[in-house]
Design a binder for this molecule. Structure first.
Ligand SMILES: Nc1ncnc2c1ncn2[C@@H]1O[C@H](COP(=O)(O)OP(=O)(O)OP(=O)(O)O)[C@@H](O)[C@H]1O
Ligand SMILES: [Mg+2]
Length: 451
């Protein structure tokens, strides 16, 4: 477990690499370059302001075939540091002025991600307090009649309440219906988060809807299940303990200083040198991205976000285009080039076993829930790695993702009948792998569909 308290900005490159090593096999050069880029952000922040502005943050361009760890590296970096992270696809955006998503929305999305993160942390810190309050309020909903009934002593009421509490905790009441005042706003399920519309408009709309329910002040009594009531009350209690202004400030600072935007499929917005319409619009998107990457102010409903400290990591396979097909200004903003290479069968073997979240560990854990203990022999793991590698060569090369399809096929039968094997240990041997997979792997047509 990486130390949660330690900020990415406090880590030296070797520490970052060591952390990445726990999840990502090989790709050493990529890990090093990224670790240095992150460290350089810190170094830049330490410069006096006048020099700092001259030193532009260096963004990273990751180049490599599909399924070799590009996204995974970025994702891990973000997790490592608890940094706000979003992954976007370059192809999702359209030029300003055209129908579609404008590129500035990536900054708003980052801020949204940062805010949920901060809110979650703040809520976590108060979790105990909040869940106790939620429970009391649920009990109040379940018990009004009992408490009001004549002749009941305080002791009896208290006892009933405790009995109900135990039942409530066991989920006995989950489907029971209770009547409670429900916030109209919450109940309409307005998707306010991530909405790019004018807040004032939204607020006005909400107010007018609220006034339709006269006395309730925007709240109306409704019948809901206890399960749903718990969610609603939870949200209300959370809002009470989280100071929204503080959350927004903290979230903005985090997004600006530690935010990472991962732009995938950047190669798909590179033009191929000719001047077809689609090339022109792709170039338009590149031009729109430019100021954001260079550092500009983007307004969001949470205020203005300065993008100059955000780390951008772009990635693409570049099999049909080259980085030099991007407009020069954009190329210049991604000066750190990292090439990721195809993974070897040996690396596949390590991916199967070494990472903290390794696939074999995942399957073991899954089947353990049925009381089945699955063990893989070393030879079996080598065989799986080899087969995955071979299928990649004969069919599409989908990188490490092939391991998932191969494993799924290999364990299909076991997954189906696991319930009958409860209490047993199942050993996956090389023989088992061959028996289940060789026929398919050798038949190209068959493997194309099955693996
Ligand atoms: N080097 C690696 N070490 C460990 N696991 C890996 C590695 N490369 C890929 N994987 C596994 O394969 C999956 C796919 O990898 P990833 O999402 O990083 O692909 P990608 O390089 O971003 O490909 P694409 O260009 O298709 O987006 C990951 O979820 C991860 O489980
Ligand atoms: Mg990817």
């Amino acid at each position: 477990m990486p130390d949660r308290k330690k900020k990415l900005d406090e880590m030296v490159p070797s520490e970052i690499v060591r952390n990445l090593d726990e999840y990502i096999i090989g790709q050493d050069e990529a890990k090093r370059t990224i670790a240095v880029a992150i460290r350089n952000r810190v170094r830049r922040k330490r410069l006096p302001e006048d020099i700092r502005d001259e030193v532009t943050p260096k963004n990273i361009l990751m180049i490599g075939p599909t399924g070799v760890g590009k996204t995974e590296i970025a994702r891990r970096i973000a997790k490592l540091a608890n940094a706000p992270f979003i992954k976007v696809e370059a192809t999702k955006y359209t030029e300003v002025g055209y129908v579609g998503r404008d590129v500035e929305s990536m900054v708003r999305d980052l801020m949204g991600a940062s805010l949920s993160m901060v809110r979650e942390e703040m809520a976590e810190a108060k979790e105990e307090e909040v869940s106790l309050r939620v429970e009391e309020r649920l009990l109040d909903l379940l018990l009004p009649a009992v408490e009001g009934s004549a002749g009941s002593t305080d002791v009896a009421v208290g006892e009933t309440r405790e009995k109900f509490r135990a039942l409530l905790r066991d989920g006995v009441f989950d489907t029971k219906e209770v009547e409670m005042p429900v916030d109209v706003k919450a109940h309409l399920g307005f998707e306010v988060m991530g909405n790019t519309g004018n807040m004032e408009d939204i607020q006005n709309a909400l107010n007018s809807i609220g006034s339709m329910f006269s006395a309730g002040g925007g709240r109306k009594k409704r019948k809901v299940t206890v399960k749903r009531a718990r969610e609603i009350i939870m949200e209300e209690e959370m809002d009470k303990v989280i100071d929204p202004d503080k959350a927004v400030d903290e979230a903005r600072e985090r997004a600006e200083e530690m935010g990472i935007i991962f732009i995938d499929e950047i190669d798909k917005i590179a033009s191929h040198g000719n001047t077809s319409n689609s090339d022109v619009s792709r170039e338009g998107v590149q031009r729109d991205i430019l100021p954001i990457v260079e550092g500009s102010k983007v307004s969001t409903k949470w205020g203005v976000i300065d993008t100059s400290g955000i780390l951008f990591i772009a990635a693409g396979a570049f099999s049909f285009s080259k980085p030099s097909d991007l407009i020069p200004e954009l190329q210049g903003r991604f000066p750190l080039r990292v090439e990721l290479h195809d993974l070897t069968a040996d690396e596949f073997y390590r991916i199967l076993t070494e990472p903290q979240n390794a696939i074999t560990k995942q399957y073991r854990a899954l089947l353990a829930t049925e009381g089945v203990d699955v063990v893989f022999t070393d030879e079996a793991l080598h065989a799986i790695a080899r087969i995955a590698s071979e299928v990649n060569q004969t069919n599409d090369n989908i990188g490490a993702r092939r391991l998932y399809t191969v494993m799924e096929k290999l364990l299909e039968e076991l997954a189906f009948s696991a319930d009958e094997l409860s209490g047993q240990t199942v050993s996956i041997t090389e023989g088992y792998v061959r028996e289940r997979l060789s026929g398919i792997a050798e038949d190209q047509d068959l493997s194309r569909y099955i693996l």
